[in-house]
Write a protein that binds this ligand. Structure first.
Ligand code: AP5
Length: 214
């Protein structure tokens, strides 16, 4: 299956992606993770992207489109993929449409996570991520066994530099202005399944699983 997961910052895209890729045995392609890897490695793309990401703004379409095209051409996408955080603009949706046509892998389903502002703010400010393996936790909803330490690899947990209320507001404005048109593009094709993602994680996963026909 070729799946997109969309939704505002902190709605649970990354968290639900972990469940989906295990169920469908497909790769998880997150443009946010790919960009953060570039930032960490201080590539020229990463240096350019960091300034925008720290403000909560979107990285230019041509940069992200090229990154995604290269990734989708890799062998592990042959049997499907889960795309997280892309497309985020109408231009990106149109670019993805072309890439998918070229590789013969049309999008089957778009999962759209819906959560209100107060819940997003609580999730974003309480999120902690592993510095090493990138596993995600929450200080209330998904605590590590030992405070501040990753259960999986034992590395320290940190806060993402864009996880503040100020940047959240910018990210939500970007979502409203730029990502809604991309969502409407798929809505017109009848591919979008809205999910109430304000429920506890297992409940959200049950809704997604059912939307994906499992
Ligand atoms: P990206 O990394 O994609 O960030 P985002 O879209 O802002 O989403 P998040 O990663 O913040 O949240 P999420 O929805 O994955 O939530 P999570 O599962 O972690 O992008 C970052 C930046 O990169 C962008 O701002 C932009 O600059 C750039 N970028 C990326 N893609 C781009 C593109 N295509 N074009 C241009 N620029 C791009 O959950 C959040 C927290 O809530 C966690 O702590 C989790 O444990 C908790 N949680 C999750 N689900 C639940 C639940 N059901 N109940 C309680 N807690 C929950």
């Amino acid at each position: 299956m070729n799946i997109l997961i969309m939704g505002p910052a902190g709605s649970g895209k990354g968290t639900m992606s972990d469940y989906i890729v295990k169920e469908f045995n497909i790769p998880h392609i997150s443009t946010g993770d790919m960009l953060r890897e570039n930032v960490k490695n201080q590539t020229s793309l990463g240096i350019q992207a960091k300034v925008l990401m720290d403000q909560g703004k979107l990285v230019p379409d041509d940069v992200v489109n090229a990154m995604v095209k290269e990734r989708l051409l890799q062998d592990d996408c042959k049997n499907g993929f889960l795309m997280d955080g892309f497309p985020r603009t109408l231009n990106q949706a149109q670019a993805l449409e072309e890439i998918c046509a070229t590789i013969g892998k049309p999008i089957d389903k778009v999962i759209n996570l819906e959560v209100d502002f107060d819940a997003l703010a609580t999730r974003i400010t309480g999120r902690r991520v592993c510095k090493n393996c990138k596993a995600t936790y929450h200080i209330t909803f998904n605590k590590p066994k030992i405070e501040g330490i990753c259960d999986i690899c034992g590395s320290p947990l940190v806060q993402r530099s864009d996880d503040t209320i100020e940047q959240l507001k910018v990210r939500l404005q970007e979502h409203e202005k730029n990502t809604k048109p991309a969502l409407e593009f798929y809505g017109a094709k009848g591919l979008v399944q809205d999910i109430d993602a304000s429920a506890p994680m297992e409940t959200v996963w049950a809704s997604i699983k059912s939307a994906l026909g499992k």
